[in-house]
Design a binder for this molecule. Structure first.
Ligand code: ADP
Ligand code: ZN
Length: 675
């Protein structure tokens, strides 16, 4: 509630006074303009039914069907003043938002400058709001007056049995569920209903039923001393009930996930829940499997769920039936009734920033929520964001350190290859001679190879050598990428597509040049250089269908695929012990972006992809091709030296008054006319 709204409602008299004469007023906000808040009168027959957090239909403007809105406040108005319109209908049996989540929405709206109604729509999934994929069912429960004297009722055995099962159920059951649980037909249940020994309630529920594939239980490894110390510190905060934010800085493969899991095991023992945010869950099937194998009731929220499936999970979470919610950024809004801890794994990842209104950052939302619910927040990464790192230095966050890999495995050795020298000698192509030799050797020894090239498409620029014209997106002014396979030129920013030009669109010259390396071109080069080797391209063009990512990783795990290559999605979180070589085709692709985080992103990407090797007993090696071998970000990544990178980069940020020293806002001005 912002200041202005508080002032308004602050003037209303308290509940008790003149309640008889006063009329109940509801404050309503809308997801679309005019957004509100607007006040409506609550008719008498709704007065016990309407609650904050439920949706209503109200008259608005000229629409006589009414407009859907959210009730965000209720109060009595003694004056009954003004020509207030009346609420037409209440749309929800249960509030969609708890007071805590409403508070979160209010903060979102204020901090990210969006209407409250828009913030609410970000929190409540569309499937829940639209009742999509839902049906109404009757739920049965036993009133307390009956539960107290079941044994004295002298019912027929079947009815007695059903009544006892229902009374001991932790939640209301449908007739079918009860029949199954009590091993009876519906007849005794209907008899109980006839005698009014059970009460029934209609409730809207998701019509899908998702059966979680349980994973085979894994036996947990014994924690090493660093892991144990981090865990103890988190558990201390958990026990003390004070809010604390931890940055768990652990090198790749240091066992961070194991620390999260142990802490969560503790808190679910007290009937609480945990939220674990991961960059994009469909990209990390291994994380999903790990949580499924260690916990009984896990909800995995990923981007390929249908709205009905989302609804189903949401309801289970809201009823407290889920122990751990694992998901991408929007899972931070999971309606857990008794949240015990929040974890952001790979907290530096750019995908935690929402790119639509409200443009929230899941890390900042997590900080707010952890403070409001007074629970620990754990931000884990091998390459923490400089924002979080800075806060460990000021004492706002607490640093936990896992400086080495589990089982004393060494970090892989990283060698840079200076492309300025190599290109003069090897004459074009994306793969230099030393990298070619290392790939051959790794494959010969039975190892697997990962090659990173963070550019999809075939050529990354289309330019006329005659007039110098660069073919650009007509909307964004960004150079189009040549997608030879699809015969298209595509804008990687807005996805604008057109046919790839045969002649210069500006001067008509026929020799237009396609240059720069993309993953499609790399695919051809790999096939040419390593005949008979199975290679697989992984980028957002080849991984569009749900499940394709998992299928690809399964092929790599089985050893059928020997070379996995693609964009940054192959750099994230994968744990394949047989990968003995990682090659970075061009470490500089992100370095020249006009973004103050360009160096930080490059450091993160190179460090993360380097971390994909040396995870087994066979060790591993990393080759980084670059035109800037002396660049501090690339040097620090080659040494796995986060602290050194941070120490170099932070003074630059301070000098130019960039975050984390200042807050930056991005203003977007839109108009049909550029002037
Ligand atoms: P991170 O999240 O830091 O990359 P993980 O938690 O995924 O690291 O651990 C990497 C691998 O090491 C996993 O296969 C995990 O089961 C294993 N592991 C974790 N902790 C230990 C330990 N203390 N001893 C042996 N193996 C461990
Ligand atoms: Zn564009």
């Amino acid at each position: 509630m912002n200041k202005r709204q508080q002032d308004l409602f602050g003037t209303l008299p308290p509940w008790e006074e003149d309640e008889a004469r006063a009329c109940l007023v509801a404050r309503i906000v809308f997801a679309s303009p005019p957004h509100g808040p607007l006040d409506y009168r609550v008719p008498e027959h709704f007065s016990g039914v309407l609650a904050v957090g439920k949706r209503v239909r109200v008259p608005l403007g000229r629409s006589n069907r009414g407009q859907q809105g959210y009730c965000v406040q209720l109060g009595y108005d003694t004056a009954c003043a003004g020509p207030l319109k009346t609420i037409l209908e209440i749309l929800d049996d249960q509030p969609l938002l708890s007071p805590a989540m409403l508070g979160l929405a209010e903060w979102l709206a204020e901090y990210y400058l969006c209407p409250l109604g828009t913030a609410l729509e970000a929190i409540v999934p569309a499937g829940v709001r639209g009742s999509m994929g839902t049906r109404e069912l009757t739920f049965l429960s036993v009133p307390t007056r009956v539960a107290a004297r079941i044994t004295q009722l002298q019912l027929p055995p079947k009815q007695q049995q059903a009544l006892e099962v229902l009374a001991s159920s932790p939640r209301p059951l449908t007739v079918q569920e009860l029949a199954r649980a009590a091993r009876c037909t519906v007849a005794p249940i209907n008899a109980l209903r006839g005698k009014q020994l059970v009460q029934s309630q209609r409730r809207r529920v998701a019509s899908v039923e998702i059966t979680d594939r349980a994973e085979a239980a894994q036996s947990p490894p014994e924690l090493n001393a660093d892991q144990q110390q981090s865990l103890d510190t988190i558990l201390e905060a958990l026990d003390s009930g004070r809010q604390e934010t931890f940055v768990l800085h652990g090198v790749t493969g240091s066992g961070k996930t194991e620390v999260y899991i142990r802490a969560i095991e503790q808190l679910i023992g007290f009937g609480r829940q945990a939220i674990v945010l991961v960059p994009e869950i469909s990209l990390t099937p291994q994380t999903r499997q790990r949580f499924r194998s260690r916990f009984e009731r896990v909800a995995v929220l990923h981007s390929h769920l249908s709205q009905a499936e989302r609804h189903w999970h949401w309801q289970r979470i809201a009823r407290g039936e889920v122990q751990v919610v694992v998901g991408a950024r929007s899972a931070i809004f999971a309606p857990t009734p008794q949240l015990g801890m929040i974890v952001l794994d790979e907290e530096h990842d750019a995908s935690f920033k929402q790119d639509q209104i409200p443009r929230y950052h899941a890390r900042d939302v997590a900080i707010w929520r952890a403070r409001a619910e007074r629970i620990p927040l754990v931000l884990g990464s091998a390459t923490p964001s400089l924002e979080s790192w800075h806060r460990t230095q000021t004492g706002e966050f607490r640093l936990l350190d896992l400086p080495s890999r589990v089982l004393q495995r060494p970090l892989p050795e990283v060698t840079t290859i200076d492309l300025r020298l190599e290109f003069r000698r090897s004459g074009g192509g994306a793969i230099s001679r030393p990298l070619h030799q290392s790939v051959t050797q790794a494959l010969r020894e039975g190892g697997q190879v990962i090659l990173l090239l963070n550019r999809r498409g075939y050529s990354t620029s289309i330019q006329c050598p005659s007039c110098g014209h660069v073919v650009r997106c007509k909307d964004c002014d960004i150079a189009l990428t040549d997608h030879r396979v699809e015969h298209l030129a595509i804008c990687h920013y807005c996805d604008y597509r057109c046919a790839r030009p045969a002649v210069c669109p500006e001067c008509g010259f026929a020799g237009i040049r396609f240059s720069g390396q993309g993953t499609q071109r790399l695919e051809q080069e790999i096939a040419r250089r390593f005949p008979g080797v199975t290679a697989l391209r992984m980028d957002s063009d080849t991984m569009q269908r749900p499940g394709s990512h998992e299928a690809a990783l399964a092929r790599f795990r089985s050893g059928e695929v020997q070379i996995l290559f693609g964009t940054q999605m192959i750099a994230k979180g994968l744990d394949f012990p047989n990968v003995t070589l990682v090659g970075v085709i061009n470490a500089d692709t992100g370095l020249n972006f006009p973004d103050f985080r360009a160096a930080e992103r490059t450091f993160q990407l190179v460090t993360q992809v380097a971390g994909r090797t040396g995870r087994g007993e066979r060790g591993g090696q990393v080759l980084v091709q670059t035109f800037n071998p002396e660049h501090p970000a690339i040097q620090a990544a080659a040494r796995h030296d986060y602290q050194r990178f941070a120490a170099q980069e932070l003074p630059t940020r301070a000098q130019f008054r960039y975050p984390p020293y200042e807050t930056m806002a991005r203003l977007i001005v839109r108009s049909p006319s550029e002037t």
